[in-house]
Design a protein around this ligand. Structure first.
Ligand code: C5P
Length: 273
């Protein structure tokens, strides 16, 4: 079974507070985008993951195999899984590539085994793999709260082209969260931001951006460069290191960066992306 696994951006990302367990309570509008990995699944004797990108680990630390292990544990089913992952989504980019791969694996396994889990259960299991995994089981546009795992699917937003700009240097999510002082963030109201998006007047922001620029100072110059090229909205996605530029038809020209033109990606409840 061959399935596409999309990337995401955070159209806005509000960090509300640091929790006693070390995670952060957030409120974010997540959007799946048309930048896809492809995963090819076959039930087999033993687990085996191969990947087009030799720099990625293919052992049990990979989120694909973590998802397979979790599915086995939760269902009690006994199976092996061969997966080939064709990697197109850059990593350490804030685009959720690995999380999407984990969600795609859960979806594939549920289908290959004739639906032992209902959609709500699958979302709950996804949250145990990582904070962003549950989002990828949504409709593709979702308001996410908690540490990201509480997912409210929304109707598709007005379509538009987005430019993704990925510098060669990646950022580490724990390092960015580690530099964040959640007590000193602007007190923006995420529900108001959500209503603005739904009413067609987007309001982009990312509470992790300042911390990411502290961790990787070169990102500040990249952001200024993009803004000087006339993009009205330039925003870090998640914990970075990629930026997205909305609201402009022209392709950014930034030496040393990978540039992707993407659209919003959505799915209906019975179909995968
Ligand atoms: O859940 P996940 O493994 O994707 O999170 C990676 C890291 O990001 C966590 O270890 C934590 O440092 C940080 N994080 C956080 N609050 C969140 C999500 C992630 O502090 N809501």
């Amino acid at each position: 079974m061959k399935l596409r696994s999309p990337a995401k951006i955070n159209l806005f990302l509000r960090i509300l507070r640091r929790r006693p367990d070390g995670y952060h309570e957030l409120a974010s509008l997540f959007q799946a985008i048309s930048l896809f990995d492809t995963l090819d699944f076959t039930l087999a004797e033993r687990d085996q993951l191969t990947c087009s990108d030799p720099t990625l680990p293919t052992d049990s630390s990979n989120l694909v195999l973590k998802a397979a292990n979790l599915f086995r544990r939760k269902t009690g089913l006994n199976f092996g899984l061969h997966v080939h992952l064709d990697k197109k989504i850059p990593h350490q980019a804030g685009l959720g590539g690995g999380s999407g791969n984990a969600a795609t694996t859960l979806w594939a396994l549920n289908q290959l085994h004739n639906y032992p889990a209902n959609p709500e259960t699958l979302v709950q299991w996804a949250g145990e793999i990582g904070s962003d995994v549950a989002f990828f089981l949504s409709s593709g546009t979702a308001y996410c709260t908690g540490r990201g795992e509480i997912v409210q699917s929304l109707q598709p937003l007005h379509p538009q082209t987005i430019w993704i700009v990925k510098p060669s240097q990646g950022t580490s999510t724990p390092a960015v969260y580690g530099r964040l002082d959640a007590t000193r963030l602007p007190q923006r109201d995420p529900e108001l931001a959500l209503n603005q998006f739904l009413a067609g007047s987007p309001c982009y922001f990312n509470d992790l951006e300042e911390a990411a620029l502290l961790v990787t100072p070169k990102l500040a110059a990249l952001k200024s460069h993009l803004m000087s090229q006339g993009y009205p909205d330039v925003m870090l996605s998640g914990s970075g290191s990629s930026f997205f530029c909305a609201g402009a038809a022209m392709r950014p020209v930034i030496p040393g960066c990978e540039i992707y033109a993407v659209e919003f990606a959505n799915r209906t409840s019975d179909n995968w992306y």
